[in-house]
Write a protein that binds this ligand. Structure first.
Ligand code: XIL
Length: 383
């Protein structure tokens, strides 16, 4: 049976919880017992959640900022790529370089250099910057998983969040503190994803990471980021409900969560739930929590035909997504997961069966803007 999303979040398997030790039962974290949200936290989040803080002069376009995620390896080798971010983006963020396992691949060494370079590029050019991510199962360094005690793991996470927040304070003003904590299918696996962090620290690792980030940089905007929050269907309804439940429980604990990040990897064969997305945005807004689109790209692997069909499907999906997104208010930014079809994770992870090139990003391989991107920019400019 599907868990009731209005009940407190718990790890489903008591054996696993017991094996993980006392802290995994949530004694200091997301509590199972709290259901009432704190009006105080809501008001604070509202104040913090309305705008990207501190960088008002960085904007190069009116309206909602548009951004792109940049990768160090292409930044270094392809001058047109670098230039495209300057030509198109109000916000430039490192795609991978601020992830835990890249910043601290082993316990003894930190590798800040690639992230520093990209953050400096954004700031030196007057762009906004945001950071991803402190806690993500996909970027957990091996050395952490070998630590024996819960106390050591929690201390390592604390040290990481503190050091990274401190280094980028005032430059990386918005952090995906936790990424992809909701189970892929909360009805059968959830509500939370089974990760190293959940198994070892329990659900408390989510509010704990946010509290650490808030303490390390009180001026930062703190975002809870996830995928599959915009489509029609019961799995997506439940993912939205689970996100709302996590946010409410954090607010009940007076733990700041300012924004929900919609990754927006848009599968073009799936229908956008315009009303569901609008309702989700409105419910978050009522809690004082804003939206930010963090990883927009288009997955056209099921779309038959060529570029014309791919772009037509993209236009339909992006338009519906924007209808739902903009209904509830203004997202803080819309960030694409790359800028040109030359470089995208979609081609590696979800290639087309017909062998034709994917068209996931705003600019094609020759840096020509797609029609859907022009639609997007128009709507962001006038929103
Ligand atoms: C991906 C990057 O695009 C790749 O370059 C990297 O090798 C792996 O991570 N959801 C996320 C992103 O939250 O961090 C992922 O990014 C894509 C899926």
């Amino acid at each position: 049976m599907a868990p009731n999303p209005s009940t407190p979040i718990a790890v489903g398997d008591p054996a696993r919880r017991a094996a993980a030790g006392p802290a995994a039962s949530g004694s200091t974290g997301i509590a199972r017992t709290l259901t009432r949200r704190s009006a105080l936290a809501g008001a604070a989040a509202l104040a913090a959640g309305l705008a990207l803080p501190g960088r008002g002069t960085a904007r190069t376009h009116a309206g909602i900022p548009f951004g792109g995620a940049v990768q160090a390896e292409h930044f270094d080798s392809d001058p047109s790529y670098r230039q495209a971010f300057l030509d198109h983006c109000d916000l430039v963020m490192p795609m991978n370089e601020l992830k835990f396992s890249l910043l601290r691949p082993n316990r003894e060494s930190w590798n800040f250099e690639p992230a520093d370079r990209l953050v400096d590029f954004a700031i030196a050019n007057g762009r906004l910057c945001r950071g991803t991510t402190h806690v993500w199962y996909g970027a957990t360094p091996d050395w952490i998983t070998r630590l024996e005690s819960e106390r050591e793991i929690a201390a390592a996470l604390g040290e990481h969040v503190e050091r990274v927040s401190d280094r980028y304070r005032g430059r990386v003003t918005d952090w995906d503190v936790c990424n992809e904590v909701i189970a892929h299918d909360p009805a059968s696996e959830g509500p939370l994803r089974d990760t190293f962090w959940l198994r070892r620290l329990g659900p408390r690792h989510i509010p704990d990471a946010f509290a650490l980030a808030a303490r390390a940089d009180p001026s930062a905007t703190l975002t809870l980021n996830d995928y599959d929050l915009e489509f029609r269907g019961s799995r997506y309804d439940l993912r939205r409900a689970t996100m709302l439940s996590i946010v409410r429980q954090m607010q009940d604990r007076n733990v700041p969560v300012h924004r929900v990040g919609l990754q927006a990897h848009l599968y073009l064969e799936k229908e956008i739930d315009v009303e569901g997305l609008a309702r989700f945005g409105a419910e978050l807004k009522a809690l004082g929590v804003g939206l930010v689109v963090t990883e927009l790209d288009l997955i056209d692997w099921q779309i038959e035909g060529g570029p014309a069909e791919q772009d037509a499907a993209a236009e339909r999906s992006v338009s519906a997504f924007l209808d739902g997104l903009l209904d509830a208010g203004r997202p803080a930014a819309v960030v694409a997961w790359g800028i040109t079809d030359r470089y995208s994770w979609i081609s590696d992870v979800m290639p087309r069966e017909d062998g034709k090139p994917e068209r996931p990003l705003p600019l094609d391989r020759d840096y020509r803007p797609k029609p859907w991107y022009e639609t997007l920019r128009r709507r962001l400019a006038t929103a």
